[in-house]
Design a protein around this ligand. Structure first.
Ligand SMILES: [Zn+2]
Ligand SMILES: [Zn+2]
Length: 289
């Protein structure tokens, strides 16, 4: 099982999860050409794509040409009903895609399965788009291996109820959008700074670290095994700033969390996720479903 961020940030977002037989994209804010190039670099193949799960409809998360590509290749999209409305308004060709049966609607807090054993749990998050979702994905193969992945990008704020749903993960992709000082001192117009730093904007480095601090307070084992810092602002953040914000947190020798920082202009190296024990997975199922 592998996870890779193919693109991340305000110029386009797209991640892939691949189990060797099927792969699914989270968001598709890139062109088909960029997708194919990045898939090739990371050692994936478009032939295994089985679907795209959309978090929200901001322009950096979906792309008209990618939608046309998916229509041609018969790759379904999983989205919320409000997303369909927005996409249709901007791209009337979406109607034909919908009528071909390739659009599946998910509901908030309602688990759906995209392939055998791939269970997605959409969670509403606070952001200034129609409806925005984070996802917890629990993958269970018949042979036993289980992998749990969390994806939380484009959120202005987090609370305990949200964080409680993202414990015991193999991998968490979490937004580290901006450094608060860089944001406040930037030459951006005041309304934009307020928007980004507001409760419906984007998560700052410090907010993301406090999210992890909260998970740690529940027990070190509740932290993800891999953390991927995503959706970094190119103007008001840098990989160095995002990583530095975690320096103190990672000093705790009890924490054994591997770190990757997704960068806008580079395809990240694939992260191999190996099996957790079945017991932990069963425990999560009992708690949540
Ligand atoms: Zn957004
Ligand atoms: Zn975004």
């Amino acid at each position: 099982m592998r996870f890779t961020t193919l693109a991340s940030g305000s110029r386009g977002n797209c991640s892939i999860i691949d189990d060797g037989q099927s792969s699914f994209l989270i968001d598709g804010g890139i062109s088909p050409r960029t997708l194919e190039t990045h898939l090739k670099i990371s050692g994936f193949t478009p032939q295994r794509l089985r679907g795209l799960i959309l978090t929200h409809t901001h322009g950096d998360h979906w792309n008209q040409r990618l939608l046309a590509y998916c229509a041609e290749k018969k790759i379904p999209w999983y989205l919320h009903k409000t997303h369909a409305r927005t996409i249709y308004d901007q791209y009337p060709e979406f109607k034909a895609f919908y009528e071909s049966g390739l659009v599946h609607f998910y509901l908030p807090n309602t688990r759906f399965e995209t392939a055998a054993g791939w269970y997605w749990h959409p969670v509403n998050i606070s952001h200034d788009s129609s409806e925005t979702f984070g996802f917890r994905l629990d993958i269970k193969n018949e042979q036993g291996p289980c992998v749990s992945i969390g994806y939380l990008a484009d959120l202005g704020i987090w609370d305990k109820a949200l964080a409680d749903q993202f414990t015991d993960l193999d991998l968490l992709a979490l937004e580290f959008n901006h450094d608060e000082k860089l944001q406040k001192n930037s030459k951006r117009p005041e309304f934009l700074i307020q928007r980004i730093m507001g409760d419906e904007g984007h998560l700052s480095n410090d907010q993301a670290v406090s999210f992890l601090d909260y998970l740690k307070s529940l027990g070190v084992h509740k932290l993800p095994k891999h953390l991927v810092q995503v959706h970094l602002s190119e103007q008001c953040n840098s990989p160095e700033h995002a990583q530095a914000s975690l320096k103190l947190f990672l000093k705790d020798s009890a924490i054994n969390m591997k770190l990757q920082t997704a960068q806008a202009k580079k395809t990240s190296s694939p992260i191999n996720l190996l099996e957790r024990n079945l017991f932990a997975f069963a425990e999560h199922l009992n708690e949540n479903y």
